[in-house]
Write a protein that binds this ligand. Sequence first.
Ligand code: NAD
Ligand code: ZN
Length: 256
Amino acid sequence: MDKLKAQIAEVADLIRNSEKVLVFTGAGISTESGIPDFRGADGIWSKYDPEDFTIQKFMSDKRARKLHWDLLSDGDLSMFKADPNPAHHAITELKNTGKLYGVVTQNVDGLHQKAGLPDEMVLQLHGDLSHARCLDCGSRFPMQTVVEWIGADIDEPVCENCSGMLKPDAVLFGEQLPFEVLSEAEQRSRDCDLCIVLGSTLSVYPASLIPRYASEGGAKLVIINLGPTELDSWADIRIEGKAGEIMPEIVAGVGK
Ligand code: NAD
Ligand code: ZN
């Protein structure tokens, strides 16, 4: 058996022997759905100024808001058009084995839910660009609907219920992470018995604390990523490869 096959079988074994499997995902799980990572050569920060993506700028500058809505409707942030890939589907299948304790994700693409996971299983640390929220009444709308409200003479969509200002439901620079989501993720990380990281450099704080807490709490740590991560030396099993190829094989192996 080659090394990769042996590692895949080993992770399937770990899952079989676990009760609470926590999956932690980053931008790398969605590249096979056509959504680029932010930091690569073609990444979003190579084209746009991060200064335009602060909460202060969004609230105070109509031009910055127009940039957001343009990118969300038909540009680099129109993630609602993407479909989940085999890695997302494999995680949903893992739920059907009864072992999945939850998914903690740094992603804002909503693809875990699109692959069939219920909202309460997905802890979105950085929010969700597949929805927009009204800053006045809190109503939440699918992004696909919201961008249809933008027309030739409308730069900025407004809330259908109260005409309040809408904001993409992701965490902007300068905004706090959603407290309840973060504490729920922290609690599950300390309580899980296996944590599987997929497609993250584990370099964004405080999200990267989640797999660290899991390992400190005695859980096994599996990291599946293309390229190095900050926690490689902590991993019990470190697989170099594509999430969409490796994860379905692992989940298929659990039933064997
Ligand atoms: P990152 O960009 O720091 O790391 C992604 C890692 O995934 C890289 O090491 C890359 O080599 C690897 N990778 C790429 N394709 C892969 C594949 N098919 N299989 C396995 N690994 C693959 O990502 P991060 O740690 O999530 O941090 C990025 C930040 O940007 C997060 O805060 C996140 O919210 C945000 N972001 C989200 C999305 C999204 O929602 N899809 C996309 C880009 C960025
Ligand atoms: Zn409203």
